[in-house]
Design a protein around this ligand. Structure first.
Ligand code: 8DG
Ligand code: MN
Ligand code: MN
Length: 371
């Protein structure tokens, strides 16, 4: 209208796939608090509340500056009354009652400790807690507890794999895998994915995706890679999962369902001499090597773009991209493909950009997907 000034208010989308989120988080004070609550709700199997706080944290991570007053939150989506009350308390007192309560709660502390072991999920942790166990010594001394192979290795390598993996270590392991893969098949693609592809400096594991140009050969390639790592003496633990992949199936409705590609969850031995600048370990450590968690996934070439997008994350980014596809476009997206329910057909993609294009989304670089 004439004479009236139009003030542009930058709107923040409710979908993480429409927000550019780098690794710089200006609002860690708030998002750390939200993530504690989300985890507590997860331990209590309250998925709705858990997701609500994960979403709220994700929105704040995308902001270009720190929140300095409650008014700053008025134009933001996904913040409920509880989240706003926590922000208000943190702004006024520097801490929030509900968060302090969770942090000092014995059950939360114990479940947090137990789930930090590779192979121990919330269900197992809860079961151990209910039988009165509170510390690793209790678990390891209890003869009635049967640890599966994964958990045994989780305890065996606990110190190493609970220490963060550096970018230099991730690069060194990518080189190891790249060489192994290319020694088997010259026409292969190998890429570092997960958090490191998003530009993170540290991670809890190293995620690597590879495939061969020949569709159908990717599963044997993964098996050959594992054999080669074993022959080199670097394979400390391997949980191999064969492909259970059905090309006719529609994309999954739920995000949490893992994909059906051939993959493996490994613990590898990394030599200090292979890492530029040395290992990310205590200097008192004179072994000259460390154990690192590595995930390998080997999708068929024609699904590579979808698998790469899915494994690059973040989990919140992927969750929201699927939700956006479903709610805003009547399409189903997962790690295997994209199905258009309007046209009743699968939409092909050779790059991640193709997938964003199909969904009518502006392209987000991997380093902008730290939602
Ligand atoms: P971090 O390791 O630095 O902690 O962070 P991250 O790299 O983002 O997390 P991640 O737990 O390693 O997961 C990386 C991505 O892999 C994440 O977006 C989820 C995705 N992913 C799948 N399928 C599967 C699967 O079957 N197992 C696992 N572990 N992750 C999967 O898309
Ligand atoms: Mn990772
Ligand atoms: Mn991983």
């Amino acid at each position: 209208p004439e004479g009236r000034k139009v003030v542009a208010v930058a709107t923040v989308s409710q979908y993480a796939c429409q927000r550019r989120t780098t690794t710089t988080n200006h609002n860690a004070v708030f998002t750390d608090a939200f993530e504690v609550l989300a985890e507590c709700y997860e331990f209590n199997q309250m998925e709705g509340r858990c997701l609500a706080f994960r979403r709220a944290a994700s929105v704040l991570k995308s902001l270009p500056r720190v929140l300095s007053s409650l008014e700053d939150t008025h134009h933001l989506p996904c913040l409920g009354d509880h989240a706003k009350a926590i922000i208000d308390e943190l702004l006024q007192h520097g801490r929030a009652f509900d968060v302090q309560k969770v942090l000092s709660d014995e059950r939360y502390q114990t479940l947090k400790l137990f789930t930090s072991v590779f192979g121990v999920g919330p269900k197992t942790a809860e079961k151990w807690y209910r039988t009165g166990l509170r510390a690793f010594e209790h678990i390891l001394a209890d003869r009635s507890i049967h640890l599966n192979h994964m958990q045994q290795n989780g305890f065996l390598h606990y110190e190493d794999i609970s220490r963060a993996v550096s970018k230099a270590e991730a690069r060194a392991l990518t080189k190891v895998i790249d060489e192994v893969v290319h020694a088997i098949t010259p026409d292969a693609i190998v890429a570092l994915t997960g958090g490191f592809r998003r530009g993170k400096e540290f991670g809890h594991d190293v995620d690597i995706i590879f495939t061969t140009l020949e569709v159908g050969k990717e599963e044997n390639l993964l098996l050959d890679v594992i054999k080669s790592l074993e022959n080199q003496g670097v394979l400390l633990y391997c949980d191999y999962q064969a492909a259970t992949f059905d090309t006719a199936k529609l994309p999954a409705h739920s995000f949490e369902a893992m994909d059906h590609f051939a993959k493996c969850f490994l613990i590898l031995r990394l030599e200090a001499s292979q890492v530029e600048g040395g290992l990310n370990s205590g200097e008192e450590d004179s072994r000259g090597w460390r154990a690192v968690r590595v995930d390998l996934v080997s999708p068929p070439m024609n699904r590579y773009a979808f698998a790469l997008l899915g494994w690059t994350g973040s989990r919140q980014f992927e969750r929201d991209m699927r939700r956006f596809a479903r709610k805003e476009r009547r399409m189903l997206l997962d790690n295997h493909g994209l199905f258009d329910k309007n046209k009743k057909e699968f939409l092909a993609a050779t790059t991640e950009k193709d997938i964003f294009d199909h969904l009518g989304l502006e392209y987000m670089e991997p380093w902008q997907r730290n939602a």
